[in-house]
Ligand binder design. Structure first.
Ligand SMILES: [Zn+2]
Length: 323
């Protein structure tokens, strides 16, 4: 893990809250970070863990972990003896009771490097009912100087008894404009590209950033270019269809749906998109129909249908709207 990764702007208020509680010696021994997946909770949790373990900057205002003390170096190396990472094991979807029992007995031992031990449990809702009950005991009777950090995407999946014994930090999805500005600054991409990436990522800023930085972005650019070409050269359906049919069908239909939705939205607002010709005549009714078809085709893309024919048919409808 990194001890000095950027704390995203929408997480700063939570970081401040955490640091103030720590400085005032009022930090609960169990903290729960909750909110939708992909909003940066794990970055915040990593920063908290590092600061709690750092032997230099542990309680100094809003400062981050120092990055160079023995504790910080051990964290970066992934082998800190006072940090415990509890998550589903490789072959499992759940956090088993044995993992929680093992954690509790280890937390009872004295620390090796830092002033306290820190357990990082994620996603907390993966605990089975028995695991949650086992953990409950240590929430009721705190173990020594240990701090538990639970991260969950769906707090409803946890018993109320667990939630009520943790200091809760609600991390909301940042608003769209803040996310858009942040991603544009971070990636250097255009507003349209970032908007499309955020749509592809279901609004998640972290997944949106990942999407913009990943090779998938190349395929997305290829789809946008293909659709733009069809507006000016409707006769190239066959050639473009052949190229696009080489892409992963699930991604292909998802992105066709996103592109069509973006085109419909801009047509309704009377605006143009930077990946489409400025004089393109987009028909809202056709676009909405095409988006629905793309969503439907995505669902059936795993069944043995002639995906190339579905794609050709879809692209013909797209190309026809400007004729
Ligand atoms: Zn340090």
């Amino acid at each position: 893990m990194s001890v000095s990764a950027d704390i995203y702007p929408w997480l700063l208020e939570h970081w401040t809250f955490f640091c103030q509680r720590l400085e005032q010696d009022k930090l609960a021994h169990a903290i729960m970070l909750q909110g939708p997946a992909g909003n940066g909770k794990s970055v915040l949790a990593d920063a908290m863990v590092a600061k709690l373990l750092c032997v230099e900057n542990e309680s100094e205002g809003l400062t981050r972990a120092c990055g160079w003390c023995r504790s910080c170096k051990l964290l970066v190396g992934g082998a800190h003896p006072d940090r415990f990472d509890i998550q589903p094991e490789e072959d499992s979807l759940v956090i088993k009771i044995d993992q929680i029992r093992g954690l509790i007995s280890t937390l009872n031992l004295t620390t090796s490097v830092s002033k306290r031990k820190v357990a990082y449990i994620h996603p907390a809702e993966a605990m089975t009912r028995a695991s949650a009950n086992a953990l409950l005991k240590s929430l009721e009777e705190p173990v020594g100087n240990a701090v538990l950090i639970l991260v969950c995407n769906d707090a409803g999946g946890l018993p109320v008894t667990i939630r009520s014994r943790c200091q809760s930090i609600l991390v909301h999805q940042p608003d769209f404009k803040l996310t858009l500005d942040w991603l544009m600054r971070r990636s250097g991409e255009s507003r349209d590209a970032v908007t499309a990436a955020l749509q592809a990522a279901g609004g998640s800023p972290v997944r949106g950033a990942h999407f913009l930085a990943s090779p998938e972005q190349d395929s997305f650019d290829q789809i946008q270019k293909g659709l733009a070409t069809l507006i000016t050269r409707p006769g190239s359906v066959s050639a473009i269809g052949t190229e696009l049919s080489k892409l992963n069908p699930d991604n292909l239909w998802r992105w066709l749906s996103i592109c069509t939705a973006a085109a419909a939205k801009s047509a309704m607002a009377g605006e143009s998109l930077d990946w489409l010709p400025a004089d393109a005549v987009m028909k809202i009714k056709v676009l909405l129909h095409l988006q629905k078809r793309a969503d439907l085709n995505r669902k059936i893309s795993t069944s043995p249908v002639r995906g190339d024919l579905l794609l050709q048919d879809w692209l013909i409808r797209w190309a026809e709207q400007n004729t």
